[in-house]
Design a protein around this ligand. Structure first.
Ligand SMILES: [Fe+2]
Length: 230
């Protein structure tokens, strides 16, 4: 896994080689293919989609929340691997792009969404109603689609989208996915564009100062020397 803290044109963290080769072959793709081929992926109306001012859903894809599927998210290998992404090194990496990104370290609640884009699928510009969004992109090689580029719309910036790369950013950045075109006709065969989203937010307990999150409590406190040096 390689961190690429990025400031221009917006502060965010890019990650390359997100999963190891063994994780991809033995855990990630088998789990994704199972969801895709067994009809576990649901239409956009059932996966917490963003809506426009008129209340219309602004995405066209299929997906599922891991937490809505399993009693414990660790039943999913993908969710288990991504749980380990939130650690001191990752927090320090995104904090290099600005002090406001210390909010990632402060997050204590998460959810995991598997999305699959095939012919004609897209996601129009929207915000996520959480604090930080991690998107991990994977697809089967040789690549069987074109399009599907990820953009930060506030600055019309297309993020480099390599296979097995990721982006971590404040969820208030407007972002979108361009329409996907499949090279050869396919339907739910797993050769499209997968996006694994992990959402992070701070859960405020009703009673102040009561820990009510899902992360371990022994995270390293913020270290100012971690920050500001890209
Ligand atoms: Fe989003």
């Amino acid at each position: 896994m390689r961190f690429i803290p990025t400031l221009d044109p917006l502060p965010y963290l890019r990650v390359e080689d997100f999963f190891t080769k063994i994780q991809l072959e033995q855990q990630v793709f088998p789990e994704l293919e199972y969801y895709t081929r067994s009809g576990k992926l649901l239409p956009a109306t059932e996966t917490g989609s963003a809506r426009n001012a008129e209340g219309e859903i602004v995405k066209n894809n299929s997906g599922m929340f891991i937490e809505a599927t399993y009693r414990e998210s660790k039943s999913s290998s993908i969710a288990t691997i991504i749980n380990n992404f939130w650690n001191t090194d990752t927090c320090a990496a995104i904090e290099k792009t600005g002090p406001w990104n210390r909010g990632f370290r402060q997050s204590n609640s998460t959810a995991t969404l598997i999305s699959y884009y095939q012919e004609g699928d897209y996601y129009l510009p929207h915000l996520d109603d959480v604090q930080f969004t991690l998107l991990v992109w994977v697809w089967k090689e040789p690549k069987n689609f074109s399009g599907g580029e990820f953009m930060f719309n506030d600055v019309s910036h297309t993020v480099p989208m390599k296979n097995n790369s990721a982006v971590l950013f404040p969820s208030c950045y407007s972002h979108s996915v361009n329409r996907v075109s499949m090279n050869t006709p396919s339907l739910n065969d797993g050769t499209g564009r997968y996006c694994i989203s992990r959402f992070y937010w701070i859960h405020q307990a009703t009673e102040m100062f009561t820990y009510n999150g899902t992360h371990p409590k022994d995270m390293t406190p913020v270290n100012l020397s971690d920050s500001f040096n890209v």
